[in-house]
Ligand binder design. Structure first.
Ligand SMILES: [Zn+2]
Length: 421
């Protein structure tokens, strides 16, 4: 789900007019120079404390120390009046409501009398500024249990705090470094503009507020530290990555990336990947990338007209062959793929999108899900889509498939992170 490096000039006059109207209609959220917005406004309420068994629990101070990239330390002072605590662990999530959990066992520090759990940072695990919603689970020697109320904290990049800026709305928490405030403001506006469309297309909003973390060109070192590796590899550059494990996306704004392109294009595409992750973890391919691109509000060209030319070319482009998401022809997967969803939704309605993904969430293969929702065979659906694209001939499905000409060293070569990474 990494972002490709696009070099084509982009035509976005029509969308810019729309953006201007939206910006007038909705003032951007307050921009701040610290990370406090990440606290307190998650859609999922924090769970209260739970006591199991007959013991009375004395709970003292709870501490959290988390500073990117040094890891996190959790501490609690606690006692059961029934017997000694024999097991203590802390359980946390970065995306409340999406069921991903991390946990660490704690050990007792005899000097301070505190239970201490440590999470050592691994490169690329999580970026800075993720939410940390955690609770303690304590068990005494008689099996009595105390589960603390959930607490919200932030894994902050304190050493660069003066360079970071942040803003938040009901839809998103955004942080940016070495970029104009416009990048944060446009992200807030883009997420507001797409809110109702996401809601209907997915049958609901994400259970958590995603984190969008944006790096300017001068923050290359900080970006690579969050990415966990060099951005440049194999002649391409990884300009971002998205992960529903920690519920967000990090993006590196190269020279030439406008705030509008990044917010209305890349961010809305990447947020769609987070929605996909709520239903299933599918192998990354044209269905996934085309579906995410369907949610972009800053398309670089008219995909239907562009796609028609591609379908009229000699390249074997069909559902059966698949559309490339890599190398010289990577736009096929993104842009042709997006038109498949354009066609589905224009013809069968936005609810059809939700129905397809609900089926995928129940392990129905993606193209079979389209068959069930449309009532057509996938061959018929594909022919209908081709006709809608302005192409009458049959897809080259039944022809012997020549190996497409592919030069991995041609420029630009997008570089991709591992799925979900
Ligand atoms: Zn993508």
């Amino acid at each position: 789900m990494a972002r490709e490096f696009l070099t084509q000039p982009k035509c976005r006059i029509g969308v810019m007019l729309l953006v201007a109207a939206l910006l007038i209609a909705s003032l951007p959220a307050t921009v701040r120079a610290d990370g406090d917005e990440a606290l307190g406004s998650e859609p999922q309420p924090r769970q209260p404390a739970v006591i199991e068994g007959a013991a009375n629990w004395l709970i003292g101070e709870m501490n959290f120390q988390g500073e990117f990239p040094d890891g996190m330390t959790f501490e609690i002072k606690a006692a059961s009046d029934a017997g000694a605590i024999v097991n203590a662990r802390v359980v946390w999530t970065h995306a409340p409501g999406n069921n991903t959990r991390r946990s660490r066992g704690a050990s007792l520090n005899e000097e301070t009398g505190r239970w201490v759990a440590e999470w050592p940072h691994n490169r690329g695990d999580v970026p800075p500024w993720v939410l940390v919603r955690y609770r303690w689970e304590l068990t005494d020697e008689y099996g009595n249990r105390y589960i603390s109320a959930e607490q919200d904290e932030v894994y902050a990049d304190a050493s660069n705090a003066s360079r970071w800026r942040s803003a938040a709305s009901d839809e998103v928490v955004v942080y940016w470094i070495d970029l104009p405030d416009e990048f944060g403001e446009e992200t807030i506006a883009a997420m507001a503009a797409q809110r109702d469309f996401y809601h209907q297309a997915w049958g609901g909003l994400l259970p958590y507020r995603p984190r969008v973390i944006l790096y300017g060109n001068a923050a290359r070192a900080e970006y690579e530290e969050a990415l966990g590796r060099q951005a440049a590899a194999g002649g391409g550059i990884t300009t971002g990555t998205t992960d529903d494990d920690w519920g967000g996306t990090i993006q590196y704004a190269l020279f030439g990336d406008t705030a509008h392109d990044l917010a209305y294009g890349t961010v809305l595409h990447e947020i769609a990947h987070l929605y996909q992750g709520e239903f299933a973890q599918l192998p990354v391919g044209w269905f996934i990338e085309g579906n995410a691109e369907f949610f972009s509000l800053a398309r670089s060209t008219d995909y239907r007209a562009w796609g028609r030319q591609r379908l009229l070319s000699d390249d074997p482009l069909s559902f059966a062959h698949g559309f490339s998401i890599r190398g010289r022809t990577f736009r096929d997967g993104y842009q042709l793929g997006a038109t498949v969803f354009d066609y589905l939704v224009e013809t069968y309605g936005l609810d059809a999108h939700r129905q397809v993904w609900e089926l995928i969430g129940r392990n129905v293969p993606s193209l079979e899900a389209i068959e069930r929702v449309t009532g057509l065979t996938i061959d018929q659906f594909e022919m209908d889509w081709r006709r809608w694209m302005g192409v009458d001939g049959l897809p080259p499905t039944l022809m012997p498939s020549p190996t497409p000409v592919f030069d991995p060293f041609s420029f630009p070569t997008p570089t991709y992170a591992a799925p979900g990474g």
